[in-house]
Every structure is written in structure tokens, then in C-alpha cells.
Ligand binder design. Structure first.
Ligand code: ADP
Length: 353
């Protein structure tokens, strides 16, 4: 997953570079700056003294010394003054300039804290948005693994309204254990204890459903043989029954008029993973990968279920992750950054691959 949010102490990140939310002097301070200097040791301050400070929105690089990271990129975020003083552009510039230095120094993995979102007062949700948008724009042109490291729990990372909407959607739909109406009906029919009646009842129900499907397919096949004109969409649907996940993905990319690169970048999928999927017709992806493609391709909820099924997965109401995904897809909201911000806020795995 080229861009991801993690909860961690940035000084522990084993990346090529970590980014420091420094001040203009570059001579150390509180917050993440203090933590980085403490973990890196006094040699870091000695090197910083030679740099002559740094302007807001710019960045400078040093060694990482005792840190697991090889480099520290020091950038100076804007102080929040209400949003009307160019704060957004300056903050975006911090991310861009840091990434430019990372590329120049051959870094492949970089971790950022939420710059300006501490003592400098930038609202956290907005600071995260700037971070995610700027990094994802950068990733359209570069191969890199970027971590946005969130340290503390506290103020929301998504808007209050979105958080409240999703929380009530989850509350309305979450079931401890999946119990659909058919099961309930069958328990009633058999009048037996749940545990013992269930397997037999369920097996019978499944057999009935399979029989009905089979009969429907036979009828369709028969009418096809007899020359009855089936609608093209139905013929396509029949042809697609045996399609694998990889075949469905490539077909959908074509249907949507996207290039492969547009699709996997939008899906937050790394190029190497996409090539594997492309070259292996029977590739078995992870669920988070399938969902990322479904969102990037803006599939409907039924198409999403279909694509998941081809990879052996389903969406269930006994999983918060699945309900959150269902919320976004069924509301036609396909912004992967937003989906991941919400998943992170709800302590769920992020989508991508
Ligand atoms: P700024 O002055 O740019 O606001 P701060 O250091 O005060 O910088 O805070 C920036 C962000 O870094 C805040 O969201 C804060 O919670 C976070 N932070 C503080 N310590 C760490 C740490 N050790 N690892 C990661 N993030 C941290």
C-alpha cells in the first residue's frame, strides 16, 4: 500500500527517512521534534547547527544517527492562524519539499508525523487531509512507500458529521453473529434448538436455493438453444459466471476507460502487486485489495459483492469493516483517502495492497 496511516511513535519507524516537524531554528524543540532529537542523540543537534535554520514550507535533510531511519528530513510547518493566511499551501509545500529531498537521496520509504497539528494548532482532520492529498498526488508520479504516523488518540481525524453518520450506520447494521431471516424462519419450522437444528436446516435451504438457480440457468440455456433472443446483457452475464477475479478486474478497467496505472494508483495499490494480478489469471488477492479496486472502479454494491465473491470473500454485517465499506460504496462515495481515514478512525484495517 503506497500510502498508509499508522499509529506509532515516529522515532521507532524503520524507514529510509522520517520527517521532523521542526521550527525555523532547527535547533530542537518540544513535541515530535524533541522526541526525534532525544532518540537520535546529540550528533543530530550538532549537524542541525550547521544548516542555518529553515523557512516555513521548506525542508532540509540530515543523518538519522541513533534512529532506525537513515535520514531525518526537517521541515517547518505553518502556525495555524485561522486558515486565511496561506496555511494550507505552506503545509502542502512541507510535504512536497520533504518528498523531493527524499527522492534526491534515494529514499524508498518515508514516514511523516502530522506536521503543524500539535503546538502549531492546525486542526487535525484538516492537517491529515492535506497530508494525504499531497502525498497521494506525489505518488501519481513516483514509486515510494509513505507512512503518515499518528501518535496520539484525541481529536477526530475525520469530520464530526461523517463520523456520526457512519457510527449510526454501523450501529443500525451491526449484528453480533450473522443470523439472517431464512435461518430464523427455518428455526421456527424445525422448532428445535438452534445449535442442533441449524446445520440440517441450513443445508436444506442451500440445496433448495441451488436447485432453483440450476433450474433457472437450464431454462435460460434452453431458450438460447432454441434461438430465442436473449438480451446481450444477459448473455454477457452468463459468460461471466466463470470469470476469475483477475479477468473481472481487467474487464472492468477496460469498461471504465481507465489505464492500468490510473486504476492501481487510484486504488492505492503498488505497481508490482498489480503486475502479479495481471499476469496470473487465478491470482487470489486479499480482501482489502479487492475492495480498493472496487472503490477505484466505482463499482456498485452488487458489482462489489460479485468481485469479492470471485476472490472468495463476502460483505457481512458481523464485521464493522464490512459495514463501513458498504456505507461508502452504497452511498457512491469512492474516495479511497476518505475511506481509509474513516477506517483508521474506527481502528480497522485500511484498503489498498
Ligand atoms: P508542530 O509544532 O508542527 O505542531 P508538534 O510536535 O507539536 O509539531 O506536533 C506535530 C504532530 O506530531 C502532533 O500531531 C503530535 O501529536 C505528533 N507527535 C508528537 N510526538 C510524536 C511522536 N513521537 N511520533 C509521532 N508523532 C508525534
Amino acid at each position: 500500500m503506497p500510502l498508509t496511516i499508522v499509529r506509532n511513535d515516529i522515532t521507532k519507524m524503520d524507514c529510509d527517512a522520517i520527517v521532523n516537524a521542526a521550527n525555523n531554528t532547527l535547533l530542537g524543540g518540544g513535541g515530535v521534534d524533541g522526541a526525534i532529537h532525544r532518540a537520535a542523540g546529540p550528533e543530530l543537534l550538532a549537524e542541525c547547527r550547521t544548516l542555518g535554520g529553515c523557512d516555513t514550507g521548506r525542508a532540509k535533510i540530515t543523518n538519522g544517527y541513533r534512529l532506525p531511519a537513515k535520514y531525518v528530513i526537517h521541515t517547518v510547518g505553518p502556525i495555524w492562524q485561522g486558515g486565511g493566511h496561506g496555511e494550507r499551501e505552506l503545509l502542502a509545500s512541507c510535504y512536497r519539499e520533504s518528498l523531493r529531498l527524499a527522492v534526491e537521496n534515494g529514499c524508498k520509504t518515508v514516514a511523516f508525523p502530522l506536521i503543524s497539528a500539535g503546538v502549531y494548532g492546525y486542526p487535525r482532520a484538516e492537517a491529515l487531509r492535506v497530508a494525504m492529498d499531497t502525498c497521494s498526488d506525489f505518488l501519481m508520479e513516483h514509486d515510494m512507500m509513505i507512512y503518515i504516523v499518528v501518535f496520539d488518540r484525541g481529536a477526530l481525524l475525520v469530520s464530526e458529521k461523517l463520523f456520526a453518520d457512519i457510527r449510526s450506520f454501523v450501529d443500525d447494521n451491526y449484528v453480533e453473529r450473522h443470523e439472517d431471516n431464512n435461518r430464523k424462519r427455518l428455526f421456527g419450522l424445525f422448532g428445535a434448538r438452534k445449535e442442533s437444528a441449524m446445520p440440517a436446516a441450513e443445508a436444506m435451504h442451500n440445496a433448495e436455493a441451488a436447485k432453483a438457480d440450476f433450474e433457472e440457468c437450464s431454462m435460460m440455456a434452453e431458450s438460447a438453444f432454441h434461438g430465442a433472443a436473449l438480451p446481450t446483457s444477459l448473455v454477457n452475464a452468463i459468460n461471466q459466471i466463470d470469470e476469475s477475479f483477475s479477468q473481472m478486474l481487467l474487464r472492468k478497467i477496460d469498461e471504465k476507460g481507465l489505464t492500468d496505472a490510473q486504476c492501481y494508483k487510484k486504488a492505492n495499490i503498488d505497481r508490482k502487486l498489480f503486475s502479479k494480478i495481471r499476469s496470473d489469471v487465478n491470482y487470489k488477492p486479499k480482501k482489502i485489495t479487492v475492495i480498493a479496486f472496487a472503490a477505484a472502479l466505482e463499482l456498485t454494491i452488487d458489482e462489489t459483492r460479485d468481485m469479492l465473491m470471485k476472490a472468495g470473500f463476502a460483505l457481512s454485517h458481523s464485521s464493522k469493516f464490512d459495514i463501513i465499506i458498504e456505507y461508502f460504496i452504497s452511498h457512491g462515495r469512492y474516495d479511497i483517502i476518505e475511506i481509509n481515514e474513516v477506517l483508521f478512525e474506527f481502528d480497522q484495517p485500511l484498503i489498498g495492497g
